[in-house]
Design a protein around this ligand. Structure first.
Ligand code: ZN
Length: 83
């Protein structure tokens, strides 16, 4: 049975239909030693990877990008306060 793919966008939760042109987003830290946000057109293999966010469209991608940027900033602040 196929698992339902739901949009990860805040307050969205839309379910993906077979012919929808969705996007994928994920974050990685390793390559540049800092948090990087990736955005790619839908790909079945990438979509199955752990930590990949399924995104229904531009608006949700923008919201998730905004979350990511906010998280990075607040982490920086926490680090600065801690050190
Ligand atoms: Zn969405």
């Amino acid at each position: 049975m196929e698992t339902l793919e739901r949009c990860a966008g805040p307050n969205c939760g839309q379910i993906r239909q077979m012919n929808d042109r969705w996007w994928l987003m994920w974050t990685s830290f390793g390559e540049f030693n800092r948090p990087v946000l990736y955005l790619a057109p839908w790909d079945e293999d990438i979509a199955k990877r752990e930590g990949t966010l399924h995104v229904c469209g531009e608006l949700c991608a923008q919201r998730l990008q905004s979350h990511f940027m906010g998280n990075v900033r607040s982490n920086e602040m926490t680090r600065r306060v801690a050190s």
